[in-house]
Design a protein around this ligand. Structure first.
Ligand code: DAH
Length: 338
């Protein structure tokens, strides 16, 4: 083909492309002129037979032919909403899938799940209560008098109308005992709120897990055995456990329970403030005055109760140095735990 013929074919192809009324017709034009068995390859193949002095011109025309037809077909295909080229199934099952990224459990959730698992093996059921409480459940029924400093607005978030955000999970003890006759054996994990200034070990919003066991002849020895069993399952068989006398309004006697520091193994380090021990739980024998508030017979029944901080346990178990890391929602941090 000479240059003139190619120009004529170009016009013809463009006219056909303009006349095409759908994507398939356009594709047919492209195949007819530019396809592997179409006109363009023939022109290119014939190039070697063109006299050398015309070859440049013919080559240039062939390029114009190719580019113009291609451009028009593409432009009009876009109008019809995309290619009709059939290149195999629309769904390519060999392509890698879109990775949605699995989430992971938050360390606080992990510790709660673990604690619930351990206590349920000892026969404790899970009970829950609301975050918004009455002063009666949070303080009065727990034998905490009105003048106790923890009622102060500096420490407790009071709501309009006299309700408050519970400062501990202990009010769930009251709810359970008010609605169930003894015996009861429950643990109650949940959020608590205190007006604490946030720092490496304090947060105004944190979690506790509370335990309550009331039956005939429950003793302090049962409490010690329960918490020691819990400590070993949660922290490993080598953990040390010790009990110190303490005071809580709702237990008599009251104790604090420490676990040996997992970082230094009890030798003393920065984490345990060089004491070798870390305070984990408050506990004690339920005060008969609490039983009086819920109508339990304190002559016939005794019980122990305990409450511990979940964040503190998570920090110890996973070696997390700052409580704020638990609340920053940085997935790179949170994904490390299981
Ligand atoms: N409620 C106490 C606190 O937040 C912890 C506690 C101590 C709970 C003794 C108990 C208990 O059930 O018996 O510090």
């Amino acid at each position: 083909m000479n240059a003139k013929e190619i120009a004529a074919v170009t016009e013809q192809a463009l006219a056909e492309a303009r006349g095409a009324t759908d994507a398939e017709a356009l594709e047919a034009v492209r195949i007819r002129y530019l396809g592997r068995k179409g006109l363009l390859p023939q022109i290119m193949k014939g190039l070697k037979d063109v006299p050398p002095e015309e070859r440049g011109e013919v080559g240039r025309c062939a390029n114009v032919f190719k580019n113009e037809v291609n451009a028009l077909v593409e432009a009009r295909l876009a109008v019809f909403g995309g290619a009709a080229r059939k290149q195999g199934p629309a769904f390519d099952h060999t392509l890698p899938g879109a990775w949605r990224g699995l989430g992971s459990l938050h360390p606080v959730s992990l510790v709660i799940a673990d604690a619930v698992r351990i206590f349920s093996r000892l026969g404790f059921a899970v009970a829950e209560g609301p975050d918004i409480e009455t002063p009666y459940n949070n303080f009065t029924a727990l034998n905490t008098p009105d003048y106790h400093p923890s009622l102060d607005a500096k420490d407790t978030f009071w709501l309009q109308g006299g309700a408050l955000l519970r400062t501990q999970t202990s009010p769930v003890q009251i709810r359970v005992m008010q609605s169930h006759p003894p015996p009861v054996r429950i643990v109650t994990p949940g959020r608590c709120y205190r007006r604490d200034t946030t720092d490496a070990t304090h947060s105004a919003n944190f979690h506790q897990i509370e335990g309550l066991y009331v039956d005939r002849q429950v003793s302090l020895a049962d409490l010690k055995g329960t918490l020691a069993y819990f400590a070993r399952d949660m922290m490993g068989p080598r953990v040390g456990v010790r009990f110190r006398p303490h005071f809580f309004p709702f237990t008599e006697p009251s104790v604090e329970c420490d676990f040996s520091c997992h970082v230094c193994g009890g030798k003393g380090c920065r984490v345990c403030k060089h004491s070798g021990w870390i305070e984990i739980a408050g506990a004690g024998m339920v005060d008969p005055r609490v039983f009086a508030h819920v109508g339990y017979d304190a002559e016939a029944f005794t019980g122990f109760a305990f409450g511990m901080g979940i964040e503190r346990m998570a920090m110890i178990k996973y070696g997390i140095p700052d409580i704020r890391m638990l609340y920053e929602n940085d997935a790179r941090f949170l994904q490390q735990f299981e």
